[in-house]
Design a protein around this ligand. Structure first.
Ligand SMILES: [Fe+2]
Ligand SMILES: [Fe+2]
Length: 171
């Protein structure tokens, strides 16, 4: 009798890499949720709105990868999520950590794209292109927020302006 895996149109190694990507998206969603909650309870309502929305978007990415894995005849297993930090040193530290996280995810996406090239796995190579674009967009977004934080500064009026601007970046 044939199991689900027998219809799998990708290699085992590629399957593992995609499952790891599901994990990255799940962890990012949970991290941004923790950041949203910290921002909200610290009075940064604009940044909180921003991170709640980032968290939703990472969840959508996760589901997209899960559904691709199932589509190519495998079974996407659902991973445990990493406990995100509860407290953050500052408003700036939150964005710095989010940026570092996106850079790590990009590195992992790039490795998976390289693997799809090595294996001449055109299905997966094509599928991953939206994620490559997405990573560039997200890295740029966090970079621009960090630049603004440095330019405007975080004392008094500065944080008020930044929090408001970040809330408008949400859509
Ligand atoms: Fe993502
Ligand atoms: Fe992301």
């Amino acid at each position: 009798m044939k199991g689900v895996g027998d219809y799998m149109k990708i290699s085992n190694k590629m399957f593992e890499a995609l499952v790891k990507q599901v994990s990255h998206e799940a962890d990012a969603s949970q991290l941004y949720l923790a950041m949203a909650s910290w921002c909200e309870s610290s009075g940064y309502s604009g940044a909180a709105k921003f991170f709640y929305s980032r968290s939703e978007e990472e969840r959508e990415h996760m589901i997209k990868v899960i559904r691709y894995i199932n589509k190519i005849g495998a079974h996407a297993t659902i991973p445990d999520v990493k406990q995100p930090p509860v407290n953050y040193d500052s408003f700036e530290a939150v964005f710095q950590l989010a940026y570092e996280n996106e850079k790590d995810v990009t590195a992992s996406v790039n490795k998976t794209v390289n693997l799809s090239k090595d294996e001449k796995d055109h299905f997966t190579f094509n599928f991953l292109q939206w994620l490559v674009d997405e990573q560039l967009e997200e890295e740029q977004m966090f970079e621009s927020i960090l630049t603004k934080i440095k330019l405007i500064g975080l004392d008094g009026r500065g944080i008020y302006i930044l929090d408001k601007e970040i809330s408008e970046m949400d859509n």
